[in-house]
Design a protein around this ligand. Structure first.
Ligand code: ZN
Ligand code: ZN
Length: 260
């Protein structure tokens, strides 16, 4: 009888362990390359992908792009080689990681392969970056998608990231901007055409009253030219918002880009 009991307990424990393995597997897949990794890996990425992630430690104080020419002192005062001759409506843009062939897969996976679970890791990366920045804000906002594009994709990736970040840092998310015009892919247009294309694209809804004189953090996935976030910042400022900080996961180190 005793042996029988022992065997029963042993197989019961085995069964429990198997169930736990299924629910909480020891190994999971890298969110970028799908390679099997330990679930304790930082941001759920494998070592080789992690090594390709260039975290921006000293980004430009205006646009957040990585500072390339350290010798140019003016970059630290007026902005970087990209933005020193530009003025923005947002007070500061912050990006976490440089855009490259590896890191772009995070956003591509989220946008086109519906890997929305990735926003959990993106929010963690953003939180850690925010801990290093001196920005205080009352609400989290996100770059809206046009209704047609939203229906096609089923979700807005910037909104998903904003929702995850809101949970992590415990600051409310607010839906107060809409996209009135379904813009063409900006990367296909010249600089002049892009500016024209973005005219009167965004509008605010009644929630805007809640952020009168408040500070906000505007979330997007990638910072390329900053035209989109700047256009939204303009409307927010004209509507009485005090400070607009922009935050994106990725930023391109230069003005050539493939997607927006
Ligand atoms: Zn990987
Ligand atoms: Zn800059």
């Amino acid at each position: 009888m005793k042996i029988c009991n022992d065997n029963f307990i042993k197989s019961f424990k085995n069964l429990i362990n198997k169930c736990l393995d299924f629910i909480y597997p020891e190994n999971i897949n890298c969110i970028i390359c799908d390679k099997s990794i330990k679930k304790t890996n930082t941001y759920s990425v494998c070592k080789s992908c992690f090594n390709e992630m260039n975290f921006i430690l000293n980004g430009c104080i205006k646009c957040g792009k990585p500072i390339i020419h350290h010798s140019l002192e003016k970059e630290f005062i007026e902005g970087c080689s990209y933005c020193f001759d530009k003025s923005f409506y947002f007070d500061k843009s912050i990006s976490c990681i440089e855009y490259n062939d590896i890191t772009k897969k995070i956003i591509l996976g989220l946008k086109y392969n519906q890997k929305t679970f990735m926003t959990k890791y993106i929010a963690q990366i953003m939180k850690e970056k925010l801990d290093l920045e001196n920005v205080k804000f009352d609400y989290i906002l996100f770059v809206p998608l046009h209704r047609k594009r939203l229906n096609k994709r089923g979700f807005n990736q910037a909104q998903k990231i904003a929702l995850s970040l809101s949970k992590v840092i415990n600051i409310p998310i607010l839906d107060c901007i809409s996209r009135e015009k379904n813009t063409r892919m900006l990367y296909k247009l010249s600089k002049q055409e892009r500016k024209k294309e973005l005219k009167n694209v965004f509008a605010v809804n009644e929630n805007i009253k809640l952020i009168n004189n408040k500070n906000v953090l505007l979330i997007d996935d990638i910072f390329t030219t900053g035209l989109t976030t700047n256009e939204i910042s303009k409307i927010l400022k004209l509507s009485g918002v005090n400070k607009v900080f922009v935050m994106t996961l990725l930023t391109r180190a230069n003005d050539n880009y493939v997607m927006e």
